[in-house]
Design a protein around this ligand. Structure first.
Ligand code: 2PG
Ligand code: MG
Length: 381
């Protein structure tokens, strides 16, 4: 394909913050999300602001006439990063990829893929995703184990509704998870018990895990919990935090722990027992150099892939390949401020990424799950 026309404009994401949408050749569009608990080592979403990036794309960048035939040709856009920021580069690359593939991105990139990722769905949440009284742990995540994405979506919805009813919860975080005034450990106990019942009634095993996003409650010396056990806060130092995490993993059979230590603590991560998936998000920020450091220091066995942390689909692909080559499990992920773009679903299938973290509730989350259900339908004819 050849670029004949590019239009960039400001839209609002699920948090009503400015986001960018790019339309290529008047036909294919794409938009990109933003985080709240962003890692220090992420690239900037917009060099100045969204209006400035749109102006640059619409009036200054010389994109017209550029030719794209293969995925690797998208590298031509990477050089715009210092001028427009990661979210803008990525939106252009996504829109071009849609046109190149006639909107069937996964098939264009990997027609033989039969790999639908397992979803990780945020059922109860807190931390930086709400201003209300909540848990310090940012996300309590379901990991359903049915064979089909449809069944996994159904069981996640069931648990989401059940938790609201049983715990009488009414308000939600930015990501559509329920906000609870229970302590962190009470929520762990509740889910532990509830998920065994769900397995008995629905016949689907549902494991669970957490995203601690612990940089958000690390004050430089202590992990400061507002409410770690019933009505009691705590300040844990590094050694105590490691002990706490290893204990809750064991007591509640957690299958997944994301960012258990702050984003600079490669050594602390290495001391979390790898009997569970120990996942780096803010630690690695989809960045090759930080991934290499995490591998060298044996910090992780799992990592989050958020294309806008590195601001290029080409660099994202390199990080995914390197992680795989080093036996690091990958989890492609939404951001807390999401748009209706479903590209991460297609990339998960194309790149055979085993997990996708994209929430349970809210149209910006559900559209990605629906896209996976549609792809599963196409695969099974
Ligand atoms: C995370 C994400 C998404 P944010 O920490 O993993 O759940 O949050 O987009 O706010 O960084
Ligand atoms: Mg995270």
């Amino acid at each position: 394909m050849i670029i004949k026309e590019v239009k960039a404009r400001k839209i609002l994401n699920s948090r009503k913050e400015p986001a960018i949408e790019v339309i290529i050749n008047n036909k294919y569009s794409a938009s990109t999300p933003s985080g709240a608990s962003t890692g220090t080592h992420e690239v900037k979403a917009f060099t100045k602001d969204v209006n400035d990036s749109c102006f640059y794309i619409n009036h200054k960048a010389t994109l017209k006439g550029l030719k794209f035939e293969t995925f690797d040709d998208l590298e031509q856009i990477d050089s715009l990063l210092p001028k427009i920021g990661g979210n803008a580069v990525l939106a252009i690359q996504y829109a071009i990829l849609r046109e190149m593939s006639n909107n069937e991105v996964w098939k264009f990139l990997n027609p033989h893929s039969r790999s639908i990722p397992m979803p990780l769905g945020n059922v109860i949440g807190g931390g930086k995703h709400t201003k209300k009284r909540s848990t310090s742990i940012q996300e309590f995540l379901l990991m359903p184990r049915a064979m089909s994405i449809r069944d996994n979506i159904a069981v996640m919805r069931h648990v989401h509704e059940k938790a609201a009813k049983e715990l009488k919860l009414k308000e939600m975080t930015d990501e559509g998870a329920w906000i609870s005034s229970l302590s962190d450990t009470e929520v762990l106990e509740y889910l532990h018990k509830t998920l065994s019942n769900v397995e008995n009634t629905m016949g689907i095993k549902v494991n669970f895990g957490i995203d601690m996003a612990s940089s958000s409650f690390w004050d430089g010396k202590y992990y400061v919990y507002k409410n770690i056990v019933k009505d009691k806060g705590a300040k844990l130092n590094m050694a105590q935090q490691i002990e706490f995490v290893n204990k809750i993993v064991k007591d509640h059979f957690l299958c997944y722990v994301e960012d258990p230590l702050n984003e600079e603590d490669f050594d602390g991560f290495s001391r979390i027992k790898k009997t569970t998936l120990v996942c780096g998000d803010d630690l690695v920020t989809t960045n090759m150099e930080r991934l290499k450091q995490a591998i060298k220091s044996k910090s992780i066995n799992c990592m989050i892939i958020k294309p806008n942390q590195i601001g290029s689909i080409i660099q994202t692909r390199k990080v995914v390949d390197f992680a795989k080559a080093n036996d690091i499990i990958t989890v492609i992920s939404h951001r807390s401020g999401e748009t209706m773009d479903t590209m991460i679903a297609d990339l998960a299938v194309a790149w055979e990424i085993p997990y996708i973290k994209t929430g349970i509730h809210g149209k910006e989350r559900e559209c990605k799950l629906q896209r996976l259900a549609d792809i599963e339908g196409i695969m099974h004819g």
